[in-house]
Design a protein around this ligand. Structure first.
Ligand code: HEC
Ligand code: HEC
Length: 260
C-alpha cells in the first residue's frame, strides 16, 4: 500500500519537471553570444501542449527575412524540413531544459549537419535561453541566444503574408513571385536534380551575378518547365527538372538507343 501511494505521488512530480515554454519570444542581441554577429531581429513563437510543440520563427539577417516552422512531439522523434533539407530530430528533457537533437544530410557530398539545441526558461519564465551547438559541412559553431517575452500582439508578425522572393533577392527574373522561404529549397532541388553543386551555376556568395552560362540555361529551363506544366498539366507541377535530368547535368537524349 505504501509503495502504491508513493508511485501515485511521484507521477505529478515528473510531470512538473517539464516546463511550459509557450510564448512569443523576442531575441535580445546585447545578451546573446554569437560567433558571427547573430541576427538583426528574431522572434520565436512556441506553442506547447501536453503532447506536441510547434516552433515558428521570423529572423531578419542583413535586411533579409527568413521564416520557418518545426513541429515536434514533446518527447520523441520527428521529421521536419528546413531550407529544403530533411531534418530528423529527437526531443527530450534534461533538468528542466528542452533538448532538440537534429541531424540532416547535406546535398551533394556536403556531409552531415548535426545540431543540438537546449532551451531553458529563466527568471520565473520571463526569459528563454537557447544554447545551440552546430556542426555543418565540417565547421563547428556554438552560440547562446537570449530571448525575452514579447507582447502577445507580436503574433501579428507570424500571421502577415510572407515576402515574395523578388522583394528580398536582387536579381530574380523568373522566380520573383515565389515565397521568399522557397528560394533556397528550390536551389537545393536544382542541385539534386542535376547532380551538381551551387557553383555549377553560381560564383559562391555572388549569387545575383551572371557569371556562369549554366545559370542562364537554368532560367530558360525554369520557363520551359512552367510552360509545359501550364499548357499540358493545368498548372500542376507534373514535370520538374528531375523528370529529365535524373541526377545528370546533361540528360541523355536517348538517341544512342534510338539508332540501334
Ligand atoms: C542549375 C543551376 C542552379 C543551381 C545548381 C543553383 N542555382 Fe541558385 N539560381 C539559379 C538561377 C537560374 C537563379 C536566378 C533565378 C531567377 O532569375 O529568377 C538563381 C538565383 C539564386 C539566388 C538569388 C540571388 C539574387 O540575389 O538574385 C540565390 C541566393 C541562389 N541562387 C543560391 C543558390 C545556392 C545556395 C545554391 C546551391 C544550394 C544554388 N543557388 C544552386 C540557378 C541555380
Ligand atoms: C524536358 C526535359 C528537361 C527538363 C524538364 C529540364 N531540362 Fe535541363 N536540360 C535538358 C536537356 C536535354 C539539356 C541538354 C541540352 C543540350 O544538350 O544542350 C539540359 C540542359 C540543362 C542545363 C545545362 C547543362 C550544363 O551543361 O550545365 C542546365 C543548367 C539545366 N538543364 C537546368 C535545368 C533545370 C534547373 C531544370 C528544372 C527547372 C531543367 N533543366 C529541366 C532537358 C530538360
Amino acid at each position: 500500500m505504501k509503495l502504491l501511494t508513493l508511485a501515485l505521488v511521484s507521477i505529478p512530480i515528473f510531470a512538473q519537471s517539464r516546463p511550459d515554454l509557450s510564448g512569443i519570444w523576442m531575441y535580445v542581441a546585447g545578451k546573446s553570444e554569437t560567433a558571427r554577429g547573430g541576427p538583426e531581429k528574431a522572434l520565436l513563437s512556441i506553442e506547447q501542449t501536453a503532447s506536441r510543440m510547434r516552433h515558428r520563427f521570423v529572423v531578419t539577417n542583413r535586411g533579409r527575412e527568413e521564416r520557418g516552422e518545426f513541429e515536434y512531439p514533446v518527447e520523441g522523434e520527428s521529421r521536419n524540413s528546413m531550407r529544403g533539407l530533411s531534418i530528423h530530430s529527437r526531443t527530450s528533457w534534461e533538468g528542466g531544459s528542452l533538448i532538440v537533437n537534429g541531424r540532416a544530410t547535406l546535398p551533394g557530398d556536403g556531409g552531415e549537419m548535426v545540431v543540438r539545441e537546449k532551451f531553458t526558461l529563466g527568471s520565473g519564465g520571463k526569459n528563454l535561453t537557447l544554447e545551440r551547438h552546430q556542426t555543418f559541412g565540417g565547421r563547428e559553431n556554438k552560440e547562446t541566444l537570449f530571448f525575452e517575452r514579447a507582447s502577445p500582439e507580436a503574433i501579428a508578425e507570424f500571421n502577415r503574408p510572407e515576402k515574395k522572393a523578388g522583394e528580398q533577392y536582387k536579381n530574380l527574373r523568373v522566380l520573383g513571385e515565389i515565397p521568399s522561404s522557397e528560394l533556397l529549397p528550390t536551389m537545393i532541388r536544382f542541385q539534386a536534380a542535376l547532380g551538381v553543386k551551387c557553383d555549377h551555376c553560381h560564383v559562391p556568395n555572388q549569387w545575383e551575378r551572371e557569371k556562369r552560362a549554366a545559370k542562364q540555361v537554368a532560367r530558360k529551363m525554369i520557363e520551359m518547365v512552367h510552360s509545359i506544366n501550364r499548357v499540358h498539366f493545368d498548372g500542376r507541377a507534373a514535370v520538374s527538372c528531375e523528370t529529365c535530368h535524373r541526377g545528370q547535368p546533361k540528360p541523355s537524349t536517348g538517341q544512342a538507343a534510338a539508332k540501334q
